[in-house]
Design a protein around this ligand. Structure first.
Ligand SMILES: NC(=O)c1ccc[n+]([C@@H]2O[C@H](COP(=O)([O-])OP(=O)(O)OC[C@H]3O[C@@H](n4cnc5c(N)ncnc54)[C@H](OP(=O)(O)O)[C@@H]3O)[C@@H](O)[C@H]2O)c1
Length: 354
């Protein structure tokens, strides 16, 4: 079986670690290069003793020439603003790239500069053509384009859960284009591995806190895709909450049904049809609601629908593991497609419960 070689840049962070763990079980993708900044020069077994890698490699300071010599495909799992410093050189050398950050999620560079203003000041860039070229990596919406792409922007974790819930209804024009509300909860690993005061155990445990209320960066990302799917401008309300758990994300989406006669059973059937070809998205029976624990450490999204006939509201619940379907697992789905493989090859779909 021909193995394709993968470089993972940002290997020591949460996204890098999940990618390495997933690829350890992969039948056709092999990790051949590890990149990092503070960790560069360190032997892997000293840095991450709990996840041994063949050959016990040394982490490198990312060098496009060396990456091109070692790999065919690259996963970039870096803080926002850094991928764009590497991507043009990597593409020039014929590599295919999956970026887990937000650097290429917007079709327009000026919108990225507006939303990620601090990063844009710190890391000036001028690659508008690559922003326009990059394919948004939500496999369930863009499978064919991802398979043909050389640059894929993996979606954010909140956009993944939210868009899987919303897209089938927007595409069919079944919900009002205004008044959509997304109320979402995430575990603390959503903030990455670098130290942050609000993610300390003493701050985050035994507490539920909203953050980014009005204007969270993922709002515009969700709106961009929702607008594309609906074929008309969509503005929505998105409020995230930090939960006292390590991993997991639950988005509850509220929208007004255009046809008040639609039932929860009708809407469930619509989702089942929309995701009938996807291994990674499952729809629960009416009245069964997803828990983050049911998708922990898996690449599965679990959806469930309810309709409140009294208010005319559609309620769609969507649970994912933020680090797998919301980040690294989705990245591996894109790698698979770019390598000519089935999207879910090598990916875990069932949890070890509890
Ligand atoms: N966490 C989530 O749930 C989630 C979900 C979806 C998307 N994302 C996105 O995925 C990306 C990675 O997130 P994360 O949570 O994995 O972050 P993280 O845990 O903070 O890891 C960041 C990684 O980047 C490396 N790095 C930092 N500066 C670097 C540089 N100049 N050159 C090379 N490597 C450098 C770090 O390595 P060193 O220690 O060696 O410097 C570290 O391995 C972010 O853009 C994030 O927004 C995160």
């Amino acid at each position: 079986m021909v193995q394709q070689r993968v470089a993972v840049i940002g290997a020591s962070g949460y996204g890098g670690l999940q990618t390495l763990r997933l690829l350890a079980d992969h039948p056709q993708l092999t990790v051949t290069y590890l990149g990092g900044e503070r960790s560069s020069g360190r032997r892997w077994s000293e840095l991450v003793p709990f996840l041994p890698l063949p050959g016990d490699p040394i982490v490198q300071s990312p060098d496009p020439e060396a990456i091109a010599a070692a790999a065919d495909l690259v996963v970039l799992s870096l803080p926002n603003g850094l991928a764009s410093r590497l991507v043009p050189d990597l593409l020039d050398r014929g590599l295919k790239v999956v970026d887990l950050s937000a650097d290429y999620r917007y079709r327009s560079l000026s919108q990225w500069r507006e939303v990620y203003a601090a990063e844009a000041r710190e890391h000036p860039r001028d690659d508008a053509a690559l922003c326009a070229e990059a394919v948004y990596g939500l496999v369930e919406l863009e499978e064919e384009r991802i398979a043909a792409a050389r640059l894929v922007a993996a979606p954010g974790c909140f956009p993944t859960a939210s868009l899987l819930a919303l897209s089938p209804f927007l595409r069919q024009g079944l919900i009002e284009s205004s008044g959509i509300i997304i109320d979402a909860k995430t575990g603390t690993s959503g903030g990455g591995r670098a130290a942050k005061e609000h993610l300390l155990l003493a701050e985050a445990s035994e507490a539920v806190s909203p953050y980014g209320v009005v204007g969270h960066r993922h709002t515009s990302e969700i709106e961009q895709l929702a607008t594309q799917v609906a074929g008309q401008p969509i503005q929505l309300q998105f409020t995230p909450h930090l939960m006292p758990m390590v991993r997991g994300l639950l988005a509850t989406v509220y929208a007004r049904l255009r046809d008040p006669g639609l039932t929860a059973e009708d809407c469930t059937t619509l989702l089942e049809v929309a995701y009938r070809h996807s291994d990674s998205v499952s729809v629960l029976p009416v009245g069964t609601y997803p828990s983050t624990k049911w998708v922990r450490q898996t690449n599965r999204a679990l959806l469930s629908v309810q309709v409140d006939q009294r208010t005319g509201q559609l309620i769609v619940m969507s649970a994912i593991d933020n680090l797998v379907k919301g980040q690294a697992g989705q990245g591996v789905q894109a790698l698979n497609l770019m390598a000519g493989l089935p999207a879910s090859l090598g990916l875990p779909l069932l949890p070890f419960y509890p």
